[in-house]
Ligand binder design. Structure first.
Ligand SMILES: Nc1ncnc2c1ncn2[C@@H]1O[C@H](COP(=O)(O)OP(=O)(O)O)[C@@H](O)[C@H]1O
Ligand SMILES: [Mg+2]
Length: 263
C-alpha cells in the first residue's frame, strides 16, 4: 500500500489523484518496504521497519512524528546520503530519461553522488553553510561540485549570475559578499535554500528547516518555501515539528515506529 492512499493522510493536494494505481504511475519517488538498522557495538538497532512512501512531482509533503522515530534517517536515505539495509528507492525523473523507474538503492556510489548533486537539494536545521566561504560562494558550491574546474571556469559568470538571482529571490542579495557568520539565523536559512536550488533540483529535502528559528522568522521561511514551490514547481519534503509549516503542505504524513501510520 502506498503512502498516498493511507488513511492517515490528513489532506490531499488540490487536484491530487485519488487512486493509488494512477499515483504509482506518476510518482516522482516511491520508497518501498524500506528497512534501516544501525549497527551498534554488539547490537543492531532497527529504525526503519518496512517504510513505504510516494512523493508526487512538484508537491510539498510534510512528515511529522515524535523525535527518534526515523524521520532524519528516512530523508538521509532518500537523499542518498546514507544506504538502506533493504528496500527500494524507485525514482522517476521528469527531466532525465535515464532515471525512469530507476532503483537508486542499486546504483554505484559515483552515480548516486551525481544524482544527489543534480536532482536533490538539502536544507538542514543548522544551515550547514561553509564558514570560510562567502554567502555567494556557498550558493555556488553545488555547481562547483557538478562541474569540472574547466567547465566551471568557462561558465563562471553565468553561474554567478544565477547564484545572485537566487539570492535575490530569497531576499538576501545584499549579503552576497558576507561570511555566513555575519548573517542572522533566518538569513542563513535563506542562503541555504538558495544553495539547495542552485542546480535546479526536482526535490528538496528540508529537515526541520525552522527548528532553530523564532516563530515569525520561521513563518517567513514557510512563505518562501511555498512561493518557490508555486513559482518553480520544485518538490519539497519537509520534516517538521511545526504545525504551521506542516499545514502549508499538500499532504501531511505521520511516522511512527519507523514507518507511516496505519499500514
Ligand atoms: N548513525 C546512527 N547510529 C546509531 N543510531 C542512530 C544513528 N542515527 C540515528 N540513530 C538512531 O535512530 C533513531 C532514529 O533517529 P532519527 O532518524 O534521527 O530520528 P528523528 O529524525 O525522527 O528524530 C534514533 O533512536 C537515533 O538515536
Ligand atoms: Mg531528525
Amino acid at each position: 500500500m502506498s503512502a498516498s492512499s493511507s488513511p492517515n493522510e490528513t489532506r490531499k493536494a488540490p487536484g491530487a489523484d485519488s487512486t493509488a494505481k494512477t499515483a504509482d504511475a506518476t510518482a516522482l519517488y516511491s520508497v518501498r518496504n524500506l528497512h534501516k538498522e544501525y549497527q551498534m557495538p554488539g547490537v543492531k538497532v532497527p529504525v526503519l521497519r518496512g517504510c513505504d512512501l510516494e512523493v508526487r512531482h512538484g508537491e510539498i509533503l510534510a512528515i511529522i512524528g515524535m523525535s527518534g522515530v526515523g524521520k532524519t534517517t528516512l530523508l538521509n536515505i532518500m537523499g542518498l546520503l546514507d544506504n538502506p539495509t533493504s528496500g527500494e528507492l524507485i525514482y522517476n525523473s521528469g527531466a532525465d530519461d535515464s532515471l525512469r523507474n530507476c532503483d537508486l538503492a542499486n546504483l554505484q556510489l559515483n552515480r548516486k553522488c551525481s544524482i544527489r548533486n543534480q536532482h536533490f537539494g538539502f536544507v538542514f536545521q543548522f544551515y550547514h553553510l561553509l564558514p570560510d566561504l562567502t554567502v555567494l560562494e556557498n550558493v555556488l558550491l553545488p555547481s562547483m561540485i557538478a562541474l569540472s574546474s574547466g567547465e566551471y571556469g568557462s561558465q563562471r559568470s553565468k553561474l554567478q549570475e544565477r547564484a545572485r538571482e537566487l539570492l535575490d529571490r530569497v531576499g538576501v542579495l545584499d549579503r552576497g559578499d558576507f561570511p555566513p557568520s555575519r548573517l542572522s539565523g533566518g538569513e542563513r536559512q535563506r542562503v541555504a535554500i538558495a544553495r539547495a536550488l542552485m542546480n535546479d533540483p526536482e526535490l528538496v529535502f528540508c529537515d526541520e528547516p525552522t527548528g532553530n528559528l523564532d516563530t515569525s522568522t520561521g513563518e517567513r521561511i514557510h512563505e518562501l518555501i511555498l512561493e518557490l514551490n508555486r513559482e518553480l514547481g520544485t518538490g519539497f519534503i519537509l520534516v517538521t515539528h511545526d504545525q504551521g509549516l506542516a499545514s502549508l503542505a499538500g499532504r501531511i504524513l505521520t511516522m511512527r515506529d519507523g514507518r507511516f501510520e496505519d499500514r
